[in-house]
Design a protein around this ligand. Structure first.
Ligand code: GAR
Length: 197
């Protein structure tokens, strides 16, 4: 399977995928393309270092959602992409993309869906909300992407304890390290091996 990873930031989840790929833990999947919705982000450096082709499609320079979707679709089809992995991708994909790639797009979310998800719940905001609410368990979810934000079928989840001493930053770090970087390559491997759907 040819895989595109869509990013907007530091790319630690992309790095987890690159490491898994180099260790032959992606079930034969190939990281063929990295698409960034922001220029100059560190995820692009990680991709280039790993020899993966990159494309930057700046969401803020595209007037309408349909123009952004159309540019993304062109990049995907030009590179014969079979599976799309959203790894810290902070721009929405419109129906044109989610319909064409139904059950072929997955996302990693830094909480246990259906808690702390949907509009406004991304990155550090999720962990701030978790601490404000006072829940004692959090984690990460890998799920299929459909037209509803964080609303697609769940593939994998992993939970960790919230510690009394946690700050949003410490929680984010543990959720990434213990949950996201483990679950995302595992989910890709399962899909590439045809172990789900
Ligand atoms: C990750 O924690 C990812 O789960 C989150 O953004 C971070 C990106 O980090 N994604 C969302 O919040 C999407 N709703 P990374 O660029 O280092 O992989």
């Amino acid at each position: 399977m040819k895989i595109a990873v869509l990013v907007s930031g530091g790319g630690t989840n992309l790095q987890a995928l690159i490491d898994a790929w180099h260790e032959d833990r992606l079930g034969g999947g190939e990281l063929s393309l990295v698409v960034s919705s922001k220029k100059g982000v560190f995820a692009l450096d990680r991709a280039q270092k790993a020899g993966i082709k990159t494309v930057t499609i700046e969401r803020k320079l595209t007037a309408e959602q349909k123009d952004f979707d159309s540019a993304v679709l062109t990049a995907l089809s030009e590179n014969n992409i079979d599976l799309i992995v959203l790894a810290g991708f902070l721009s929405a994909l419109g129906d044109a993309v989610t319909e064409k790639y139904k059950n072929k797009i997955i996302n990693v979310h830094p909480a246990l869906i259906p808690s702390f998800c949907g509009k406004g719940f991304y990155g550090i905001h999720v962990h701030k909300a978790v601490l404000e609410y006072g829940v004692k368990i959090t984690g990460a979810t890998v799920h299929f992407v459909n037209e509803i934000i964080d609303g697609g079928k769940i593939i994998l989840q992993k939970a960790i304890d919230v510690l009394p001493s946690d700050t949003p930053q410490s929680l984010q770090q543990r959720v990434m390290q213990e949950c996201e970087w483990v679950l995302l390559p595992k989910a890709v491997e399962m899909i590439c091996r045809n172990e789900i759907i």
